[in-house]
Design a protein around this ligand. Structure first.
Ligand code: J2J
Length: 547
């Protein structure tokens, strides 16, 4: 499963055209700052103010900074060199933040794995990046990745595992075999890039292909999206932001998220889970002012709030995004939770849209906002990629100073995912209003959005096809009241139909993360087909929804 033996194709980063990059620098959009320096200023300005609160530790800005330095020294002592990739897989804890920033401080490039990823995902990240290390939880925040880490290490020569415990300590396990050397070809123009123009982190794409694609974000571009998010979301040093989503997700990290809060000198409070019981208690005890959640979590909070006695009065703003928030739920946020709703439509590839505080109520409840920057270029196009007028549905294409120009080492896929002139084909169907606000109305990508968790249909189908009892399979979206959508696998059996229990066990044994396992399995004789012989997802989806 691990692809260490396959040759490395393509580039780590598809740079922006040189003239455009120069312009972004001249305009001050790209500042040349590095993410690893994000903790320095506030450690100096107000060292004793709280920076990070987690189940494992409370850190003021000065302690955060000294932890970052201490850990960066550890990475240097391990022999990890600037530009090396390290898979970072930690739960919502203070340690996540110290480890993330220390990796940057040492010039390393974190790959932002989720705590609930398993062997299939982690081994792929290690294989694609030739990572030198896997930093994961060894009892931290109640999570233990030790067994997973050992299996990953067996499959990747020379990999070092760092198991982080809940007391700020580490256990280091090293695979003794020599690590395969990286034949890294620098793309033309790469040699001249300043450090801030290089890859800072690899975010995960929701994916629509068999192998998950990694998203190379640079210091310059990522910092731009964070910096510009702060005034739009009114993030200040008074902000106390509750990290209710998985901390490695792009939304929790950057919209404005943990990094926005650190940049502003505020406080990020790490919630171990998004349940109303956990989060309401933290909102009350930590005097939380802002949080960001996916729609199913917002719905759970709306349902729970009238029945609980927690004091939520400190909460000023709730950002909701990741999947479409029903208009009816949007209208209830302010009356029920007593805070302002801000919708956010973002993507780890770049473009982020927010509703604004000055927008009227209808805009805030029925649109997913407008782009952060006047330098974001947004096109809404028909199937021939001709622009459609405002008010009509079309596919969203975008490029700009913080939207990638290509996925990590994925030349072939990039030719499809980007236009020749560098627009990213988001796969989202939107309507643009004359104000520039977008409403998301659907998608054309082979993906299921399970309440904000993205599932690449092809990836899961290919795992299911390895079961001897599955001849053909199609995974389709079904409507779900809470999640918006859930995944249903429609399959033609080979011989005796396998049971759902068997199929779930099979996927778990293959090391697939739990959230990708279909909610329902349906056995059928024939998958409906289109004229070209491809499975007709539309037809099945209709059959299921009418059932
Ligand atoms: C409908 N669909 C949405 C929304 C994202 C902030 C917020 C979210 C993400 C994120 C993010 C949506 N309504 N409000 O990275 O910084 C769907 C679209 C989009 C895809 C991106 C951020 N907000 N989506 O969700 O990379 O289909 O980023 O293309 O996980 O989620 O998913 P992801």
């Amino acid at each position: 499963m691990n692809s260490l033996s396959t040759p490395l194709p393509d580039l780590d980063l598809t740079p922006w055209p040189g003239s455009l990059a120069d312009r972004y620098r001249e305009l001050g959009l790209w500042t040349g700052e590095l993410l690893g320096d994000i903790t320095r200023e506030h450690a100096r300005l107000h060292p004793e103010r709280e920076a990070i609160v987690g189940p494992d530790a409370r850190l003021d800005h000065a302690t955060l900074e000294s932890e970052v330095e201490r850990l960066a020294d550890c990475w240097r002592e391990l022999g990890w060199e600037p530009g090396d990739y390290v898979v970072l897989q930690l739960p919502n804890t203070a340690a996540f933040v110290t480890h993330l920033i220390s990796l940057w401080r040492a010039g390393l490039v974190p790959v932002m794995a989720l705590a609930n990823h398993r062997f299939a995902e982690i081994s792929q990240f290690v294989g694609q990046t030739r990572a030198v290390g896997h930093v994961c939880a060894g009892g931290l925040g109640g999570v233990d990745h030790a067994d997973l880490a050992a299996t990953v290490r067996d499959s990747a020569a020379g990999l070092t595992t760092v198991l982080v415990d809940g007391q700020g300590g580490h256990q280091i396990e090293q695979d003794p075999r020599p690590r395969p050397q990286l034949p890294r070809d620098l793309p033309p123009g790469w040699e001249d890039l300043p450090d801030s123009g290089r890859v800072a982190l690899l975010q995960l794409s929701g994916g629509s292909t068999g192998t998950p694609k990694l998203i190379p974000r640079t210091h310059d571009d990522y910092l731009l999206s964070v910096r510009e998010s702060n005034p739009i979301c009114k993030t200040t040093e008074q902000t106390r932001y509750l990290v209710a989503l998985p901390c490695a997700h792009n939304f929790a990290m950057s919209s404005p998220g943990i990094l926005g809060v650190l940049l502003a000198g505020g406080t990020a409070v790490m919630a171990p889970d998004p349940s109303p019981a956990t989060c309401f208690a933290l909102i009350e005890s930590e005097r939380i002012t802002m949080s960001g959640v996916v729609p199913p979590v917002a719905l759970m909070w709306l349902q729970a709030a009238p029945r609980r006695s927690h004091d939520l009065s400190s909460l000023e703003r709730l950002l909701v995004g990741g999947s479409r928030l029903p208009d009816s739920a949007a209208a209830r946020i302010q009356p029920v939770l007593g805070c302002r709703l801000q919708q956010v439509f973002g993507m780890a590839e770049g473009l982020v849209n927010y509703t604004r505080d000055e927008d009227d109520e209808e805009t805030v409840t029925t649109t997913q906002g407008r782009a952060i920057s006047p330098h974001d270029e947004v096109r809404v196009v028909d199937d021939q990629e001709c622009d459609v007028p405002d008010g009509q549905v079309g596919q969203l294409l975008t490029r700009g100073p913080y939207t990638i120009r290509g996925y990590f080492r994925a030349g072939e896929h990039n030719a499809r995912a980007f236009t020749r002139d560098g627009y990213y084909r988001t796969g989202d169907l939107v309507v643009r209003h004359p104000s520039g606000h977008l409403s998301v109305v659907g998608r054309v990508k082979d993906q299921i959005n399970r309440g904000g968790e993205k599932i690449a249909v092809v990836e899961v189908e290919s795992h299911l096809l390895t079961h001897p009892g599955v001849a053909e399979v199609s995974i389709v979206a079904e409507p779900d009241q809470l999640l918006g959508e859930r995944a249903c696998a429609v399959l033609i059996p080979a011989g005796e139909p396998p049971t759902a229990v068997e199929l779930r066990r099979h996927l778990r044994e293959r090391g697939l993360a739990d959230y990708k396992i279909p909610d329902r399995f349906v056995v059928t004789d024939e998958l409906p087909r289109t004229r070209v012989g491809k499975t007709d997802l539309g037809t099945i989806r209709d059959e299921r929804t009418s059932a």
